[in-house]
Design a protein. Structure first.
Length: 78
């Protein structure tokens, strides 16, 4: 995951927390992810694992695809 992708995921998670009126601590408790770990991930310091994204999505009652940026479409022409 690139830094830009990490930031996009963190922004998506933060947006959902704002929408729900919930805190990172609430998400940490509900997802089972340590608060310090979640905080680092939300600062885009380290990658989210697939397991963490699944736990976050479940806690937020979303599909994990909502939190993950779409792959970039590249020009395949020679």
């Amino acid at each position: 995951m690139t830094t830009d992708e990490r930031q996009l995921v963190a922004v998506a998670v933060a947006s959902e927390l704002d929408r729900l009126g919930q805190s990172k601590r609430w998400l940490a408790d509900r997802s089972g992810i340590a608060y310090s770990t979640l905080r680092r991930k939300m600062q885009a310091s380290t990658d989210f694992t697939v397991t963490e994204l699944a736990a976050i999505a479940a806690a937020l009652e979303l599909s994990p695809s909502v939190l993950v940026p779409s792959p970039r479409v590249t020009d395949a022409s020679p």
